[in-house]
Write a protein that binds this ligand. Structure first.
Ligand code: SF4
Length: 348
């Protein structure tokens, strides 16, 4: 299932024909999520509506996860979105493919409870947690579709799709272990993003390095006042508590913590915010970099995109302050696949 991308019991040739026939006759299926719909962007990005739970019949022998519809969205970005730039993982070649590297953005929950004010997924609320198999299975379904050969092709995973991974911690980490041990992907090619769930970060700090992805903090504001307005979770765990928890992680050589920062026009994109952010990042004392994301618009969300000058100015100010800074390329905006836009087809 995980290495040969098998989707049918009858294809498991390591089992005898007789056993395969008996399993099939009893209704056993392989429960890999299905790509029910694919949306193609002009920039090569593909957004998938992934059906995690069969609609026709429950899997035999596998208890159905409780409640809610079972669809999420997963995104394939050939050439990535520069999110991993500057994190020490280098560059690679795709060996005959028309992409040299690719990033898969993976969902961890159906919907999300965190309620970040700039995010479309938040509008769904939390519908249910994904199981470990559903999280890892999204990746396998995309690897299969793109004919990826693990070990030859360079593929990065970002757990930045729908949901807050640290509010589904056990399933998320079980999925990472499946992806490392069964699929063969390196945890150093994986990044998990959290909105700042302090107990989750504390648990994460104790994970062994051979299964611990890199960490990104979805910061998005230079101080607690603005952050609490755009991310209500900050009232529970303010910035200082989040930084304190992150400090307890034993980073690998050359590893950096990423601070994700969504630029909201007029709200978080001013030069004074950049200077305040630089001060904050320096004060953490952590090896860190900042990933800037120009906010992607969504219906029903009353923020504005930052203009090009303020994005460039923000980036320049951070660089002048000595902070490593990268601008994430918006991928798949035309198909609502970009950061903060995942929801449309799930809601139907
Ligand atoms: S940005 Fe992430 S954590 Fe915040 S509401 Fe959206 S999916 Fe949830």
């Amino acid at each position: 299932m995980y290495c040969q991308y098998i989707t049918d019991v009858s294809s498991i040739t390591t089992l005898s024909l007789d056993l395969r026939q008996r399993l099939a006759a009893k209704g056993w299926q392989i429960g890999r999520p299905l790509i029910a719909k694919a949306f193609q962007s002009t920039d090569g990005t593909e957004r998938y509506l992934v059906q995690c739970q069969p609609t026709d019949s429950a899997l035999v022998g596998v208890p159905a996860p409780p409640g809610g519809p079972g669809t999420v969205e997963t995104v394939w970005m050939p050439e990535g979105d520069d999110g991993e730039a500057g994190d020490g993982t280098g560059d690679g070649t795709g060996d005959g493919k028309d992409w040299r590297r690719a990033t898969i953005c993976v969902s961890s929950q159906v919907g999300c409870a965190v309620n970040c004010q700039f995010c479309l997924t938040a509008k769904l609320g939390l519908q249910r947690n994904l199981t470990a198999g559903e999280i890892a299975g999204q990746v396998v379904a995309v690897l299969d579709r793109q004919a990826v050969r693990v070990g030859r092709d360079r593929v990065n995973l970002v757990f930045m799709g729908m949901g807050e991974p640290f509010l589904n911690y056990d399933n998320f980490m079980a999925a990472v272990r499946l992806l490392v041990h069964q699929v063969g992907l390196s945890p150093q090619r994986m990044t998990v993003s959290t909105s700042g769930i302090v107990p989750g970060i504390q648990r994460f700090a104790n994970e062994p390095p051979d299964v611990r992805p890199k960490l990104a903090i979805s910061l998005n504001a230079p101080n607690d006042k603005i952050r609490a307005e755009i991310m209500p979770i900050n009232r529970k765990w303010p910035i200082a508590e989040v930084i304190d928890a992150v400090s307890s992680i034993a980073l690998r050589p050359h590893e950096r913590i990423t601070f994700e920062y969504v630029l909201l026009g007029g709200v978080t994109d001013r030069p004074k915010h950049a200077r305040e952010l630089a001060h904050l990042v320096r004060r953490t004392g952590l090896p860190a970099k900042v990933n800037l994301i120009a906010w992607n618009p969504g219906p029903g969300i009353a923020y504005e995109m930052p203009n090009t000058e303020s994005v460039e100015g923000f980036k320049r100010t951070l660089a002048e302050e000595g902070i490593p800074v990268y601008l994430r390329q918006p991928r798949g905006r035309d198909i609502f696949a970009a950061c903060g836009q995942l929801k449309r087809t799930v809601e139907g």
